[in-house]
Design a protein around this ligand. Structure first.
Ligand SMILES: [Zn+2]
Length: 315
C-alpha cells in the first residue's frame, strides 16, 4: 500500500548522518527528535516551534490525545477526534517539523476504517491509551483490538502504546507475543523505573519493543529524576543495554494555559537533556539542589536523540 510509505525519504537521513558523524572531529550537537509531545491546537504550534529551535529539536512526534490529557476535569476517553484533526493540521502546516500520530477508541466498531482515513490524511503512526489505568476498559489483548494490531503489524505502522506494566504486564506480553513484528513504544520506561526487572522482562522478550525516557506530569517527573539521581549506574546500565530501542521524549502537554508557553517548554527540554548528558546538573525547578544524570557517551546520545527513531518508524 503505497500511500502508507510516505516516510521513505526519512530513511536515507540516518545513513547520511552516520556518514557525516563518522568524519573526524567531535560532534556535540546532534539533531534531536522528540518522540512524545501532546498539543491542544494549532494555536500552540508557534511556541512549541520556538522551543524546538532553541533546544536543537529538529522534529517532534505529536500524539493525539483525549480531552482529559489537557483538562483533567474532562473524564473518559472523549473528544480525541478533534485532537486527531488538530495534529494532522499542524503537520500539514509544518511538514518538516512534525510527525502526527492519531489515536482511536478501542470500543469504536468503526475504528479501523477511521484509522485508515487518518493515515490517508497524513497520520504517521498510532497512539493508544488503553493501557492507562483510567482508560483501561477491556483487556489489552481483547479480540476486538486484533484488527488494529494486525493492520499495524502488516503495514509497519509504528504504535506508541501507553501501558502501565505494573497493572497490565501479562496482557501486554500477550499482545506482543501475538503480534511480534508490530513496532511498539511503551513510553516512560514502561512505567517501570521502580521495578526494573519488569522493564527488562518486557524488553528481553520482545525485540520490537522500544521505550522512551519521558516521565509524564511534573510529580512523576520529579520522582523519576530523584530515582535516577540516587542510582544513576543502575539506569545507565539499562540504557546502555537497550541503547538501540530507547527514544528521547519530553511528554510536554502544550496548551494555552498560563505557564505552558515557550519558556516552560525550554525548561522541560533542558531537564531531559541534562538527565541524559550531564554527570550532575542543577535541578532548579523540579527539585532541590543538584541531581546526578546518566552522562551518556556521544554515540549513545546520537542513537537516543536521532537514529533509533528512524529505526522505529522505518517501513
Ligand atoms: Zn504522554
Amino acid at each position: 500500500m503505497r500511500r502508507y510509505k510516505n516516510l521513505r525519504p526519512l530513511v536515507v537521513l540516518p545513513i547520511l548522518f552516520s556518514f557525516l558523524s563518522a568524519c573526524p572531529g567531535p560532534r556535540k550537537n546532534f539533531p534531536i527528535i522528540d518522540a512524545h509531545v501532546h498539543i491542544q491546537s494549532l494555536r500552540e504550534a508557534p511556541p512549541l516551534l520556538g522551543a524546538m529551535d532553541r533546544l536543537g529539536i529538529e522534529k517532534t512526534i505529536l500524539l493525539a490525545s483525549p480531552a482529559a490529557t489537557f483538562d483533567p476535569r474532562s473524564g473518559g476517553f472523549r473528544d480525541y477526534e478533534a485532537n486527531n484533526r488538530a495534529v494532522l493540521e499542524i503537520a500539514r502546516r509544518y511538514p518538516d517539523r512534525f510527525l502526527p500520530f492519531v489515536t482511536l477508541d478501542p470500543q469504536d466498531p468503526l475504528k479501523l476504517e477511521k484509522f485508515k482515513q487518518d493515515l490517508a490524511n497524513g497520520a504517521q503512526g498510532l497512539k493508544l491509551y488503553s493501557g492507562h489505568r483510567i482508560f483501561h476498559e477491556r483487556s489489552l489483548d481483547d479480540p476486538g483490538m486484533e484488527e488494529i494490531y494486525a493492520f499495524c503489524e502488516s503495514y509497519k505502522i509504528p504504535v506508541i502504546f501507553h501501558v502501565n506494566a505494573g497493572f497490565f504486564e501479562e496482557e501486554f506480553h500477550a499482545v506482543l507475543r501475538k503480534f511480534p513484528r508490530m513496532k511498539v513504544v511503551c513510553p516512560h520506561f514502561c512505567l517501570s523505573t521502580i521495578a526494573t526487572d519488569r522493564f527488562e522482562r518486557l524488553m528481553e522478550n520482545h525485540p520490537n519493543l522500544y521505550t522512551d525516557l519521558s516521565f509524564g506530569p511534573r510529580k512523576n517527573l520529579e520522582t523519576a529524576l530523584e530515582r535516577f539521581s540516587r542510582n544513576p549506574e543502575k539506569y545507565r546500565r539499562l540504557v546502555l543495554k537497550y541503547q538501540d530501542r530507547i527514544l528521547f521524549g519530553t511528554d510536554a502537554v502544550v496548551t494555552s494555559q498560563p505557564g505552558r508557553g515557550e519558556e516552560w517548554l525550554m525548561e522541560l527540554g533542558r531537564i531531559y537533556r541534562s538527565l541524559l548528558e550531564e554527570k550532575d546538573y542543577d535541578d532548579i525547578r523540579y527539585a532541590r539542589g543538584r541531581r546526578k544524570g546518566l552522562y551518556l557517551p556521544a554515540q549513545i546520545l546520537r542513537k537516543i536523540y536521532y537514529s533509533n527513531i528512524y529505526q522505529f518508524i522505518a517501513k
